[in-house]
Design a protein around this ligand. Structure first.
Ligand SMILES: [Ca+2]
Length: 189
């Protein structure tokens, strides 16, 4: 009797568990949690393996930018930097341990004074972009860097644009510092 009762209890308990299980599966909240879990997994995969830039420079002046921005850069002005310092083209240097095509994304501002001049991007000596801006403004470009232009070890990207100085543009200004274009960000992924 005791055994039967126990068995019966166990069976009730199982039924209850099953019921709870079914209720949980049908529960909208749990479904939402499951979905969001899947989404977060997808995000992690994208972030870690696919779309995480291996170089991301937002030009806000972080210490980590110093290792990548090699020459021709002014100090950060909040969220951007001018290139063209010391009459040098803004240059980025980075190291690759494997050669795989990647995407260079760059957003920069072209001031009116040089808006009719070429802006070129040179990767390890190979030109990957040559544009003449259609007036002053912000330009954003996604450029595929093929395996051909990349190399093992040190790589460099030069952003070649004309120089101007505030004093030459407006004699009332004292700033003779050489400038080219202002960068909002550069990323490679
Ligand atoms: Ca920025």
């Amino acid at each position: 009797m005791g055994f039967a009762s126990g068995g019966s209890n166990a069976s009730d308990s199982l039924d209850t568990q099953k019921q709870n299980y079914v209720v949980e599966i049908d529960n909208g909240d749990d479904k939402a949690i499951a979905d969001s879990h899947d989404l977060s997994l997808d995000k992690n995969v994208d972030k870690e393996d696919m779309h995480k830039p291996f170089i991301e420079i937002d030009m806000a002046g972080a210490e980590s930018e110093n290792g990548v921005l090699s020459s021709g850069w002014w100090n950060s002005e909040g969220n951007s930097r001018w290139s063209g310092k010391d009459n040098k083209h803004g240059t980025v240097t980075f190291t690759l341990s494997e050669i795989k095509s990647c995407i260079l994304t760059v957003r920069f501002f072209v001031p009116e004074h040089i808006s009719d001049k070429h802006v070129r991007i040179i990767v390890n000596g190979s030109e990957v972009l040559d544009i003449v801006p259609d007036g002053s403004g912000i330009i954003e470009k996604n450029i595929e860097l093929s395996e051909k232009v990349l190399r093992m070890g040190e790589n460099n990207i030069m952003f070649k644009a004309s120089f101007w100085s505030p004093k030459k543009v407006d004699p009332k200004l004292k700033d003779e510092g050489s400038r080219s274009i202002a960068f909002d960000f550069i990323s490679i992924e």
